[in-house]
Write a protein that binds this ligand. Structure first.
Ligand code: ADP
Length: 495
């Protein structure tokens, strides 16, 4: 009898569901967008009920579309937008406020306030994160302090907190299970990644009652039983991971030193650093990759704000082309940028430069400069930024990365991926299956239910193209030097 895995991929703008067969090939996909709510500048919310209903609808639809018998679903894997915070009433199951999304900046001042009390080191040494409004803890604090009666209800044990995985599982199990996995817990800034437990000192600082928090489970294994999915049948939930961690697993970066980069709007890098939570000296994040059979694998994480968005800007802002795919032929219509360097610091520079007042800069323009030069330089800039983060990770880890596995929309651009390989002097591997986030959740679920073994999964991950450096290290160094010179010109422009 054929067995299948159902992956639920609850993202920031849409809920998706994919069915995978025993070969880990996707056989059907459904997707539904939901509303983004912007109540004030810097605030971003989602309606938790809409998240649950859209996720349930695509799950049901994909089962019907795939024409498989529901009883042949061996396990469910869940991956989700991380850090987004939901607080609900345990009795009624009703959220007491909208979900506060990871992008929401409303607790920035509170974070500054905590920093002024010299608490940043306490948080970072225990959680591996930086004290920032991005993470869930200060969002929970905001809800408790701003929703009428919330604080009292929380003290009385009437409220539950969850990231999106927890919220979906609560609903899938009809309120029976209040759980999360270690990868999601590690994004709340309340979880101690050394002891792998909720940290009472941090909870006290953030004024969060311990009773609100979910139980932390492994990322793979028999985690819970979903009763509310379809036809009142029971389906085991056997995999959970936050989206970036799921992508790392979906790329089968299961050995120390393996790294992946997702090239979407921004670029998200993650590197497997093994069983010890190495702290970063350069403000990268140390986080839980996954916990399987009680064993934790840690990861370093860094991101680039302007990845594919740089090419969108050339399309929409500068009107260089109608379709981002045209950037490749334009860039390869010439042999080099002729010294033009684009620094896409449109919203400042993140890791490892950390210069919020940097602004977009184009240097080296001459009379001969055309849109082709600028486009080529813009594509290259994405790779330089990724390379800066990769080098920082290598420094933090104390060893070089041997190869990079890539995914995301912009990796359709062969010039970009080849240039990454050139400038970083490493092999860059692009898999056949680009949907690595959902695939990672499916892998974790299949592993958890015993459908696949770890070694077998490694053979299921299939390469589409391997990009090998065709630039000498000497040339790469020269290119990187010029880039770093341009980065210096972009810094502090807005200050
Ligand atoms: P997200 O999940 O962040 O929406 P996607 O993985 O869907 O991102 O990738 C979309 C991004 O990739 C866009 O910013 C787009 O500009 C970029 N992109 C897509 N195709 C290409 C291409 N052929 N060349 C360069 N950039 C591309």
């Amino acid at each position: 009898m054929s067995k299948y895995i159902l992956a639920l991929d609850q993202g920031t703008t849409s809920s998706r569901a994919i069915i995978y067969n025993t070969d880990a090939q996707p056989i059907a996909t459904e997707q539904k967008e939901f509303k983004q709510i912007f109540p004030k500048p810097g605030w971003v919310e989602h309606n938790p009920i809409e998240i649950w209903e859209s996720q349930l609808k695509v799950a049901r639809d994909v089962i019907i579309k795939s024409k498989i018998r529901p009883e042949n679903i061996a396990g469910i894997g869940i991956t989700n937008q991380r850090e987004t915070t939901v607080v609900w009433n345990r009795e009624t199951g009703q959220p007491i406020y909208n979900a506060i999304v990871w992008q929401d900046r409303r607790t920035s001042k509170y974070c500054e306030n905590l920093k002024s009390k010299n608490l940043e080191a306490t948080f970072s040494s225990k959680t591996g994160l930086v004290l920032d409004s991005y993470f869930s803890g200060t969002k929970i604090n905001w809800i408790l302090n701003n929703v009428d009666g919330a604080k009292e209800q929380a003290m009385n044990g009437e409220l539950a907190f969850g990231t999106i995985d927890t919220w979906l599982i609560w609903n899938l199990t009809n309120g029976k299970n209040h759980i999360t996995d270690a990868s999601n817990a590690s994004r709340t800034i309340c979880f101690n990644i050394h002891t792998m437990e909720w940290d009472q000192e941090l909870l006290d600082i953030l004024e969060i009652p311990r009773s609100m928090l979910p139980e932390v489970k492994d990322s793979s294994g028999k985690i819970a039983l979903a009763t509310e999915l379809i036809y009142k049948k029971i389906y085991p939930i056997t995999g959970i991971a936050g989206d970036q961690q799921a992508a790392l697993f979906g790329q089968m970066c299961t050995d120390t030193g393996m790294a992946k980069c997702t090239y979407g709007t921004g670029c998200f890098l993650m590197m497997n650093i093994g069983d010890k939570p190495v702290p970063s000296k350069n403000k990268l994040l140390t986080t839980v990759g996954w916990k399987i059979n009680g064993k934790t694998t840690y990861a370093l994480e860094g991101s680039v704000f302007m990845g594919g968005a740089t090419i969108q800007w050339l399309r929409d802002g500068l009107k260089f082309f109608k379709d981002v795919a045209e950037s490749e032929s334009l860039a390869t219509s010439i042999n080099s940028t002729d010294g033009v360097v684009v620094v896409p610091a449109l919203t400042g520079l993140g890791a490892p430069h950390w210069n919020p007042d940097a602004r977009g800069t184009i240097v080296g323009i001459t009379r001969g400069t055309t849109s082709a030069h600028i486009t080529r330089a813009a594509l290259e800039s994405i790779c330089y930024q990724v390379n800066d983060v990769l080098s920082t990770m290598s420094k933090d880890k104390g060893s070089n990365i041997q190869e990079l596995r890539v995914d995301g929309g912009a990796t359709a651009n062969n010039f970009l991926v080849q240039f990454q390989s050139n400038i970083s002097s490493i092999d860059v591997l692009r898999p056949i299956n680009h949907e690595t986030t959902a695939l990672g959740a499916a892998y974790l679920a299949g592993l958890g239910v015993g459908l696949w073994q770890m070694e077998e999964l490694k053979t299921k991950w299939q390469i589409d193209t391997k990009f090998i450096p065709n630039m000498t290290r000497e040339d790469a160094d020269k290119h990187n030097e010029l880039w770093l010179k341009a980065v210096e010109r972009s810094k502090n422009w807005a200050s």
